[in-house]
Design a protein. Sequence first.
Length: 239
Amino acid sequence: IAAISQKTNCMESGMALPLQVCAQLCRRPCYCPWVPPHCPRGSPLVLDGCGCCKICARRLGEPCDFLHVCDQSQGLVCDYSAAPAGTGATCNFEDSEEGCEVNGRVYRDGEVFQPSCKLQCRCLDGGFTCVPLCQEDVRLPTPDCPYPRRVEVPGKCCPEWICEARDQHLLRDAVAVSPLLPYPCQEWGTEWSACSATCGVGFSTRVSNQNRYCRLETQRRLCMARPCLALPAASPAVS
């Protein structure tokens, strides 16, 4: 552990606290680990609220306090207003707008983004919805092409239709047949998205045609990456 002499600056943490409170929360001199912590993706290294040691910035929805600061580069602040009494605070947008986090990146409410070349998504009310950018037309069997199949083409984002030979078609087991449809329904769907909340209950989405009508629809399910844990109160300085 390294001892670092550094002045206390309560304003740097985004919280204007009296000097007496700062003196109790921030020990001097600083004692920091020689090796800085390894932060998860999307969480940069920042100075703690005492301006003393490097810590991992807290992300959207994660617990925070004076010492454990939020990622200000994403416009996040430690919001005590939305927290129930005695449960601490969480990182939220400064303008009180809800946002969403996808693959470690935070998007503002109403922002449109593309997680891949096949999908365009929009952040809305703490979650996000996506629409496919590739054509999702259904090709029916015809005399010229009795076994159409959509395949991935190297160098192209969107899959394309091909006519499969009968002997190849008989070897395929993954084609679902619906009793309501006069033709085989070729399964298509995206992977489930990342959970909309980094902790606590959120939801993930996908686009799939796995329904009785073989129609594309956006599906949602509840998810929880991990429970939200309240941070322990900072210990007072030892004189």
